[in-house]
Write a protein that binds this ligand. Structure first.
Ligand code: NAD
Length: 298
C-alpha cells in the first residue's frame, strides 16, 4: 500500500488518518495545530512540520481543510503541495470547496503533471471514525482506480461521479443544501413540539415510524439537541460555506432558488450572532431564542 501524507487533522481528517493507521497504512500527518500533531503521534502516526517533508515521504497526499483559503495556501502557497509535487505523487482533496477552486487546482496540477482528484466526503465525524464515509470523486478515472484501495479504507460507499473535476463537489453541494433544509426544518418543527408540551423523545419515536423522519433529524436530535451539547460535529459556519457554494452554482447557471437563498441568509445571520463554531444543530437553540425575544418585546 502507498504511504499517505495527510494534511489537515481536524474533526474529519484526524479520524480518516487514524482509520488508515488502523488498517496498517503508513501515514505522515501535518497540521498547523501543534496539539493536533501530538495527538496524531500518540495514535502511532508519523508527523511532520513542513508540507515539503510530507510530500518527500509519501506517494499519495490527502487533504481535509476547513476553508478555501486553507486549501489555496496548502496547494498553491509558497513551498506548498503543487510547488513540491510531481507526476509520481497523487493529490486528493477531500475538503468541501467550490467547483471553481477544484478547477483552479486541477489546472495548476496539470501544469506540473500531478494526478489530482477532488473527493469530498459525507457521513460526518461518526462516518470518518467508523470508516463508513460516502466518497464522491471527480477526476480522471485512471487516477481514481489507483486511489480506490485508499477510498475503500476511509469509506463504505465510493462513487466516481465522472471525469469532470468538480462533479463530486456538485453532488456534495446538493447533499449539503438538503442538510441545510433539514436542519432548519427540524429546528422549527421541534420548537412547535416544545410549545405544545409534546415530549421530544416521544416525538422522535413517533416520527421514526412516519415520513417526517430523516437522517439529519436523527443526527441533530440524538447526538446534539437531546444532550444539549453543540460541540461540532459539523460546524454551522462550514454548512454556511457549503450553502454559499450551492448559491454560486445557482448564479452561474442562472437558476432561481428562492428558498435556498433564504436559507443561506438565515445561516449567515445566525453565524453573525456567534453560533458559527457550534454544531449546525444549534439552529434549534437559536429558533427558541428568537421566539423568546419576540415574546418579550410584546
Ligand atoms: P476542522 O476545522 O475540524 O479541521 C480542519 C483542520 O485543518 C484543523 O485541524 C486545522 O488546524 C487544519 N488546518 C487549517 N489550516 C491549515 C493549513 N493551512 N495547513 C494545515 N492544516 C490546516 O474541519 P473539519 O470539520 O474536519 O472539516 C474539514 C473539511 O471537511 C471541510 O472542508 C468540511 O466542509 C469537510 N467536511 C466536514 C464534515 C464534518 O462533519 N465535520 C463532513 C464532511 C465534510
Amino acid at each position: 500500500m502507498a504511504k499517505i501524507g495527510f494534511i489537515g487533522l481536524g474533526n474529519m481528517g484526524f479520524p480518516m488518518a487514524t482509520g488508515l493507521l488502523k488498517e496498517g497504512v503508513d501515514v505522515i500527518g501535518y497540521d498547523i495545530s501543534e496539539s493536533t500533531l501530538i495527538a496524531f503521534k500518540k495514535q502511532g502516526g508519523e508527523i511532520s512540520t513542513s508540507i515539503a517533508n510530507v510530500i518527500a515521504a509519501s506517494d499519495v497526499i490527502m487533504t481535509s481543510l476547513p476553508s478555501e483559503k486553507a486549501v489555496e495556501d496548502v496547494y498553491l502557497g509558497e513551498d506548498g503541495l503543487i510547488e513540491n509535487g510531481d507526476h509520481t505523487k497523487i493529490f486528493i482533496d477531500t475538503s468541501t470547496v467550490s467547483p471553481k477552486l477544484n478547477q483552479k487546482l486541477e489546472e495548476a496540477c496539470h501544469k506540473q503533471a500531478i494526478p489530482f482528484l477532488a473527493a469530498p466526503v459525507s457521513g460526518g465525524v461518526i462516518g470518518a471514525e467508523k470508516q463508513t464515509l460516502t466518497v464522491m470523486v471527480g477526476g480522471k478515472r485512471e487516477v481514481y482506480e489507483q486511489a480506490l484501495s485508499i477510498f475503500k479504507i476511509i469509506g463504505e460507499n465510493i462513487f466516481h461521479v465522472n471525469e469532470q473535476i468538480d462533479s463530486g463537489t456538485t453532488v456534495k453541494i446538493i447533499n449539503n443544501l438538503l442538510i441545510g433544509f433539514y436542519t432548519a426544518g427540524v429546528s422549527e418543527a421541534l420548537h412547535i413540539a416544545n410549545k405544545k408540551n409534546i415530549d421530544l423523545d416521544d416525538l422522535f419515536s413517533m416520527l421514526s415510524v412516519s415520513y417526517g423522519q430523516s437522517r439529519i433529524y436523527e443526527r441533530n436530535y440524538k447526538t446534539f439537541i437531546a444532550n444539549n451539547n453543540y460541540k461540532p460535529g459539523f460546524s454551522l459556519k462550514l454548512l454556511r460555506k457549503d450553502l454559499e457554494f450551492a448559491m454560486d452554482v445557482a448564479e452561474k447557471n442562472q437558476l432561481d432558488l428562492p428558498i435556498s437563498q433564504k436559507l443561506l441568509s438565515l445561516y449567515k445571520e445566525v453565524e453573525k450572532e456567534g453560533f458559527g463554531d457550534k454544531d449546525m444543530a444549534v439552529l434549534y437553540e437559536r429558533v427558541q431564542k428568537q421566539s423568546e425575544l419576540k415574546e418579550a418585546s410584546k
